[in-house]
Ligand binder design. Structure first.
Ligand SMILES: C[S@@+](CC[C@H](N)C(=O)[O-])C[C@H]1O[C@@H](n2cnc3c(N)ncnc32)[C@H](O)[C@@H]1O
Length: 312
C-alpha cells in the first residue's frame, strides 16, 4: 500500500476544518486560502473538529506561556494546518516554526503560500527574503519542509536547514498523524527527540479505545479508503498512549479522551457552538469523543501541569 491514501487524509481534514469554520465553530482567516471547496459534514463531525482544534490550541498556548519567545514549534504531518498564521495574528512570539509533511504535500502547501499575498505577507522575514525549492520554503521564522518522518536522517537534515536549535524549548504537534506510521518508527522518532532536545513537549491527537465495536466500525471505514493504520496498536487506550513517551526516554506524559477535553474547554464557548447546529443524537457524539484523545509528553518538569482546563 502506498502513501497516497495517507496524504489524501489531509484533504479530508482540511475540508472538514474549512466547513466548520464557515459555520462559525471557530475563526480561521486562512484555511479558505488552502481549501476552496465547502463540504457539509454532520454536526457531530463539526463538534469533533471544534474540540480537536481548540484542545490542541489550548495546549499550544499553555506551552508558549511557559516557554516564552525563544520557543520553537514543529508541526509534524502539518497538512494545510494554519496554526502559524493564527499565532502570528494573536501576536504570540516564537523563535522558529517548522511545518513538516511528505514532500508531495509540502509542495502543494508551498505553492499555495507563494501565490497568496495574505499568507506570504505574514511570513516574510525582516529582510523580506523567501527561499523556495519545489517542496520546501524558508522565510523569516517560518519553514515548510518535505520529509518522511519515518526517515530520521532525512528529517534531521531538513530540520537543520530550517535552523532548528536543540537547546531551545520545542513543542512538537502531531494532529492525526502518528496512527499512519509504524510503531517502530514512532518509537525511534520519540527516542531521537528525547536524546537530542534539552526541553520539549509533544502534543498528539488521534484515536483511542479502539478495541470495541464502535472502534471496529471506525477502523473498517478508514481501511476501506485504502489507509494503512500502521500505528493503531498504540491507540488501544489512554495508557498505551501515555506509555510510548515513557518507553522512549520522556520524563512524563498525560492523556485525556475527547469527552474530557471538550468538557474542560470554556463553558461559554461550548454553549456558543452548541447553538450552531442541532444535534439529534447526543449518544453518537459521546461515542466519537470516547474514541479520540489528546496525549502529551514532556522532557522537562515545567510542562507536567499542562492540560486543557480553562481552554478558550
Ligand atoms: C489526517 S492528516 C492531518 C493534517 C493536519 N495535521 C491536520 O490535522 O489538519 C495526516 C497528515 O499526516 C501526514 N503524514 C502521515 N505520515 C507521514 C510521514 N511518515 N511523514 C510525513 N507526513 C506524514 C499526511 O501526509 C497528512 O498530511
Amino acid at each position: 500500500m502506498g502513501d497516497e491514501p495517507v496524504m489524501a487524509t489531509n484533504d479530508d481534514a482540511s475540508e472538514c476544518k474549512r466547513g466548520a469554520v464557515q459555520l462559525g465553530y471557530w475563526e480561521d482567516k486562512y484555511i479558505s486560502f488552502f481549501v476552496k471547496q465547502i463540504v457539509k459534514k454532520a454536526p457531530e463531525i463539526n463538534r469533533g473538529y471544534f474540540a480537536r482544534v481548540r484542545g490542541v490550541e489550548t495546549l499550544v498556548q499553555k506551552f508558549l506561556s511557559k516557554s516564552g519567545s525563544c520557543a520553537q514549534i514543529i508541526n509534524f504531518g502539518c497538512g494545510f494546518d494554519t496554526l502559524y498564521w493564527k499565532l502570528k495574528d494573536e501576536g504570540l512570539q516564537i523563535s522558529n516554526y517548522i511545518d513538516v509533511d511528505f514532500p508531495t504535500v509540502t509542495a502543494r502547501k508551498c505553492y499555495m503560500i507563494k501565490r497568496n499575498k495574505q499568507l506570504l505577507d505574514k511570513i516574510h522575514g525582516e529582510d523580506g527574503e523567501v527561499r523556495l525549492s519545489s517542496t520546501d520554503m524558508h522565510a523569516g521564522n517560518y519553514h515548510c519542509i518535505g520529509a518522511d518522518m519515518r526517515n530520521l536522517h532525512q528529517l534531521e537534515t531538513k530540520l537543520s536547514q530550517a535552523e532548528i536549535n536543540f537547546s531551545k524549548p520545542t513543542l512538537f504537534i502531531a494532529e492525526c498523524v502518528l496512527v499512519y506510521i509504524e510503531n517502530d518508527c514512532v518509537n525511534r522518532l520519540l527516542s531521537w527527540i528525547s536524546s537530542k532536545f534539552q526541553s520539549a513537549m509533544f502534543i498528539n491527537y488521534e484515536m483511542c479505545n479502539m478495541n470495541d465495536t464502535f472502534g471496529d466500525v471506525m477502523l473498517g471505514n478508514l481501511k476501506a479508503r485504502g489507509c494503512n493504520l500502521a500505528g493503531i496498536s498504540c491507540c488501544k487506550n489512554l495508557e498505551t498512549q501515555k506509555l510510548r513517551y515513557l518507553n522512549n526516554g520522556w520524563l512524563g506524559s498525560n492523556a485525556w479522551d475527547m469527552v474530557q477535553v471538550y468538557h474542560d474547554l470554556s463553558e461559554t464557548e461550548r454553549h456558543r457552538i452548541e447553538k450552531i447546529e442541532f444535534l439529534d443524537e447526543q449518544e453518537l457524539l459521546v461515542q466519537l469523543f470516547q474514541h479520540y484523545c489528546i496525549s502529551i509528553g514532556w522532557l522537562t518538569p515545567e510542562f507536567a501541569d499542562v492540560n486543557c482546563s480553562g481552554g478558550f
